[in-house]
Design a protein around this ligand. Sequence first.
Ligand SMILES: Nc1ncnc2c1ncn2[C@@H]1O[C@H](COP(=O)(O)OP(=O)(O)OP(=O)(O)O)[C@@H](O)[C@H]1O
Length: 928
Amino acid sequence: MAGAGGPGAASALSALSASCPSRGSSTPRAVGRAERTPRYTLGLLQTPRSSDSTGGSSGGAARPGNSSGEGLAPGLAAGSSGAKAAVSDRGESYFGDKSSCIENANTLNLTTSSSVRGLNSTCIGKTPLSSSRSVCRSHTPLMGYSVTSSSAVSAHSVASVIVAVVEGRGLARGEVGMASIDLKNPEMILSQFADNTTYAKVITKLKILTPLEIIMSNTACDAGNTTKLFSLITEHFKNVTFTTVQRKYFNETKGLEYIEQLCASEFSTVFMEVQSKYYCLAAASALLKYVEFIQNSVYAPKSLKVRFQGSEKTAMIDSSSAQNLELVINNRDSRNGHTLFGILNYTKTPGGSRRLRSNILEPLVDAETINMRLDCVQELLQDEELFFGLQAVISKFLDTEQLLSVLVQIPKQDTILRSSFSIQLLVEMRTTYFGLLDYPSEEQVQQILCLTKFRVKTAESKITNLIYLKHTLELVEPLKAALRSCNTQLLKAYYNSLEDTRFGIMLEKITTVINDDTRYTKGCLSMRTQKCYAVKPNINEFLDVARRTYTEIIDDIAGMITQLAEKYNLPLKTSFSSARGFFIQMNADCSMLPNGQLPSEFTKITKMKNTYSFTSADLIKMNERCQESLREIYHMTYLIVCKLLSEIYEHIHCLYKLSDIVSMLDMLLSFAHACTLSDYVRPEFTDTLAIKQGWHPILEKIAVEKPVANNTYLTEGNNFVIITGPNMSGKSTYLKQIALCQIMAQIGSYVPAEYCSFRIAEQIFTRIGMDDDIETNASTFTKEMKEITYIVQNANDKSLIIIDELGRGTSAEEGIGICYATCEYLLNLKAFTLFATHFLELCHMDALYPNVENYHFEVQHVRSSAGNKEKIAYTYTLSKGYTEEKNYGLKAAEVSSLPSSVILDAKEITNHIAKQILNSTGRRALLR
Ligand SMILES: Nc1ncnc2c1ncn2[C@@H]1O[C@H](COP(=O)(O)OP(=O)(O)OP(=O)(O)O)[C@@H](O)[C@H]1O
């Protein structure tokens, strides 16, 4: 909201108008007729309707299906109930049959909602796309209808990724192909891998992607027979929209064609990587076709970043481990920042924050790359000037990935839109400026009608995006300047990448058309002003005239409000909001008003505390005139912007490089920032896991006092640690701390310790006791068995395994048995395992296995002030050996208010059972 002070409103508003870039020179110059011909507008008016001369290349060229006449337009399969089918112009159904959907697939409602999803009409800002619910789940208005799913809206307010998943059939069952695309980032990620019967890899990958929508083949749920993969995915992603599409759209040949046509040349090596990976190609084909449909746009040829993500390049952390460790979501309160992401996130850009999140969920496994990142963090920590210089520039960047996403998509109706625009403009211009009215042909009438569907928003957002692009390109030089004196390899490489001449070429072209002082600003009115005056004067004479009209209206509004203020002797001021347009505001209590009421001339009065907001009939009319003139300005500016974008389009791919650099620098700055707030240390990578005086990074943030630090030491010959200690002594905290430190080290961050060395972990597994999972209706025992099965099936010599309180969901007897057998199985591996337990019987394994080491958490016994009861004092200090504390559960019960007779009985029964267990295990080694 912008305001100008009371009686001085006119001057303030004039000042505002005066701040319009180059406003003063917007009057058309008195030049000869030929010279005054609008340079771009006329060119476009003459453009044949069928050709898209300003949009780079036609969308059709990018679509493999087009040439073969195959329909890509919609039909729809949806949930078992209530789904309405959308039928294409050609009557072809793109989606699977209605009958082929399973019961628990979410229902998709097709409506003719006019809400905006489209990135076509999305502007890039600091706010993520998802900040608006309607943006999240509804599709572009240009296509005339939208797909909504209310459950998905609420649960996935930040999701913008669409994933296609396909599984091999017959002998190839278990081979899974995935393709995903983020609607905010024009990057398609492909993966293909063999998964086991629990499909843990697929679930993990999907959880990392947090999809907005998952697409699968209709054969995955044919005639009520759902595949296991389909059932598992729908069970794990209850709030995600599922769409089934006909299997024929999972076509690997088409997938390869798509990649050939759409992949930007910088990333073309991916072609070699994926050409024989049929399942990910098939998924890519279905995905791209679907995205074209919902977005009503096609990716421009050679515009997309395509990446194959083999699982070997990153460490795998399964979704329940990510949850146990609270990597990105806190288990108690999903909104609080008490997560690993929360303590490391000092990023300034949406791209940086996305990068941090994905790194935490998929840490690196390549020590060289990690060390390169660590070198950068070290340099940032040592060179304050570099740190603050870089941070200042990086924080000015907007969402470069989303900007790219908008720039590389061509709306399918763009051609019609622009030509109908032209006809409309022709008519409008003739009527308005020359007093002539041509009668348009029938075809032209149709096009003009088509225009009514068009929203000024599309034009406005295109102009905004160009301003964002200019803003982004203008930051390249300052970024280079900040990096100029850097020494580390990665920062130097970034500096060299920024030497790319395409940045300069684009900026130069933009500044021939766009005013130098046009820039991204905060506040809707000032951004509106920037858009209005973006194009330089004398490029389009009509635009200059329209802008002069607009300025006059604004001056008139300010003048009118000044007059009203004088007339009623009230402190009126001019305000603006995007919803109301210009309106009047007054800060006063009602005692200042004659009869305690505002004059009857004022309408739509609202009051907040002592602030009145209102308007008048004249002001409403002036707002309408203002809007009308604004529409004209946007129309004409849009044409110029489209032409300009088509001219710079061939250079746009260097923005991929830029967005990569910005997000990575942002993440590394964030790591350095976190180090300045706590005494973290640079990790080393060796064959040993050795942490000297490490502490839990999240506990440090929550607790009043610094957590007690502890040591950790695991080597190949000493790779299995059993940890014991009474309840609440710090076992779980310690286990989680080790996993968190390992992850921090593997993403290139410093670590909360005095010294640390890590062996790179290819997988990080955790089994940590949590409450029953009500959501999936799994009992404690079932859940822990699932988790331990997953670990046993997937762990290898390079794993880090954290197991806490296994077997607590069943009887002590069975619990010990399960623990013992699991330990023996894991002892066959060279994985580093930390195993916390209350079953002290397990501690004797060190006698059988030389690689087992016992540690325990010490506690002290103190007498209460009354002197009659003993209390446990926790030291949170880890020591060698197993705990001497026995029956600490009973001790805890003793200090509770349980009747002493019950406690006596409990002691007796415990002793009896303990003896039985020792006998029944049959393992003499367990006996002392
Ligand atoms: N190193 C530490 N420094 C300070 N406080 C700690 C430390 N470790 C744990 N704590 C505190 O002790 C509480 C209990 O710790 P934790 O849950 O790890 O114990 P536990 O031994 O796993 O208990 P249980 O066996 O009942 O699961 C934590 O919530 C934390 O507040």
